[in-house]
Design a protein. Structure first.
Length: 523
């Protein structure tokens, strides 16, 4: 089941295990899929075969969900981590990380957040419904596995929905990941560690107060808010100047992390969002930068020296601030959208258009961005259907005229998208309502490009720096904002063309401008 290359890699990963780990497989209950159970047992035995510190047992004392469930024990003690299903596909990394972290590999979670999780004093039992093809699910599984390792009151179970259809129906699961906590829905859809911690804080308002305090950082020269291409570029350029630098990010990579394939980052012929995010993190680690991951800046207090209040309750004082919080695509909010991101649902025609060569696609949105996207795609794909909610396209006339000149473009106006459908894990069509007749109709296609605008991640900046009516941070050619000492870069700003390569350049520029500011105002 596992290739020799994977087994050799596992052997290297487990070579420095500090504690033995036992993979405890639930005994056969006679109700489980026998073929899958044998596959799971063989999988675990292969993994255990790479190290003397790993072994598989099937005791009768355990009462896990089924014969397709196993848990991890360290020195005979439970870790609180359970896998119900075979953790292959995207979840293989979740399993390996759980194995290594249970054996003593340090958990890469900020000490403040670790203290918050350790402060939980009530039983929390998480169930995470996943599919092995879901690229958003591992983030949730891995975060909750870490929580369980940090606190014996916390238990978490990964459940492969494909192997437990009765549970999916019973819990009315309509998308993955779906997280159930103590029998109630806790979170669903794409959710990161910062959001999970926020939800825990909502359920336990005193969580931050109970956590042991951490030592405050000394005054920083530059604090970067955001961990996407712009933010990382800004942090690296600042660190190379020998400055004291902190970067605060709720998730590294930003939009990039959700991009499946990237072929327009100059000098890198082809990469993926996951790979590029890892490369950004690795490059940043080469420099003396304080990283505050899985946190947000909730308030910026202005002054000669700025004070940033973090979601963890910490405060950072900093001579300059670089805002690089990016933007997010405005979503339709219909069934089938989030579930199929990367499998037929896309938001960037420049990035993902070439992957739909010769296929039928739709563009949702008849404004300038939607019509421009349709024109771009028309030269690549087989056909484009533009779908607009209003009775007429909202784009500039010159764009609309060009659109109607394209033979492979059709336009549907006064229609409301009802849902995006899929089969075999890929988008296969859109159901929409004719707003004049109320009739529901369908168009078969393989791709949907949502182009109803971007939402800058500028929440909390109103009154701190000047914003446009669309929420973008207004900057000049140096990345300076309306507030001295505060700079901005990337997709959150008024700079046009939201592209990775542009964001990186803007991040470097903002950092150099911040350095000039420090020289003039603090020396």
């Amino acid at each position: 089941m596992l290739t020799n290359d994977i087994l050799q890699a596992l052997k290297q990963y487990t070579a420095n295990m500090q504690s033995p780990v036992t993979l405890v497989l639930q005994q056969d209950d006679g109700q489980s899929n026998q073929e899958k159970r044998q596959e799971l047992k063989s999988f675990l035995e292969q993994v255990a075969g790479v190290s003397d510190n790993l072994n598989v047992v099937e005791p009768d004392k355990y009462a896990l969900r089924s014969g397709l469930s196993f848990t991890l024990e360290v020195n005979g003690e439970p870790t609180g981590i359970v896998f119900s299903g075979i953790p292959g596909g995207h979840e293989f990394n979740s399993f390996v990380l759980a194995l290594l972290q249970a054996a003593g590999t340090p958990i890469k979670l900020d000490s403040t957040l670790q203290n918050m999780i350790k402060a939980v004093d009530k039983p929390l039992s998480f169930e995470v419904y996943i599919s092995l093809s879901c690229h958003n699910c591992p983030d949730v599984v891995q975060a909750l596995n870490q929580f369980a390792l940090l606190n014996p009151h916390i238990k978490t179970e990964m459940i492969d929905g494909g192997l437990f259809p009765e549970l999916v129906e019973q819990n009315n699961i309509q998308g993955v990941p779906t997280v159930i906590l103590n029998g109630e829905v806790f979170a669903n859809g794409k959710v990161d560690t910062a959001q999970l911690i926020d939800k825990l804080k909502q359920a336990h308002p005193d969580l931050g107060k109970q956590a042991a305090p951490t030592e405050a950082l000394p005054e920083q020269d530059v604090t970067v808010i955001g961990g996407g291409p712009a933010g990382v570029a800004a942090a690296i350029y600042a660190a190379r100047k020998g400055l004291k630098v902190t970067i605060v990010a709720d998730r590294f990579g930003g939009q990039v992390k959700d991009t499946m394939d990237i072929e327009n980052l100059i000098s890198v012929p082809k990469t993926t969002g996951t790979e590029l995010t890892g490369a950004l993190h690795t490059h940043l680690a080469d420099y003396d930068v304080t990283i505050k991951e899985h946190m947000r800046v909730e308030q910026i207090k202005k002054g000669d020296v700025k004070t940033l209040v973090l979601s963890s309750g910490e405060e950072i004082t900093s001579k300059t601030v670089i805002i690089a919080t990016g933007a997010k695509w405005r979503e339709l909010g219909v069934p089938g959208e989030k579930e199929n991101v990367g499998n037929g649902v896309a938001y960037c025609p420049h990035c993902d258009g070439p992957f739909y060569k010769g296929k039928d696609v739709a563009v949702i949105g008849g404004g300038n961005s939607g019509v421009e996207a349709a024109l771009d795609l028309a030269g690549i794909v087989k056909s484009v259907t533009v779908m607009e909610f209003m009775p007429e396209l909202k784009a500039d006339k010159v764009l609309v005229d060009k659109l109607y000149q394209r033979e492979n473009v059709s336009v549907l106006t006064n229609v409301a998208t009802q849902q995006i459908t899929a089969s075999n894990g890929k988008v296969d069509g859109i159901e929409y309502q004719d707003r004049e007749t109320s009739d529901t109709q369908r168009v078969d296609l393989q791709g949907v490009f949502v182009q109803i605008g971007l939402l800058p991640n500028s929440q909390g900046l109103d009154g701190v720096v000047e914003l446009t009516k669309y929420g973008e941070v207004v900057i000049n050619e140096k990345g300076e904002t309306s507030e001295p000492g505060i700079f901005a870069c990337g997709d959150v700003t008024t700079v046009p063309y939201k592209q990775i390569v542009i964001a990186m350049g803007e991040g470097a520029k903002a950092s150099l401008a911040a350095f000039d500011y420090l020289i003039k105002h603090f020396n």
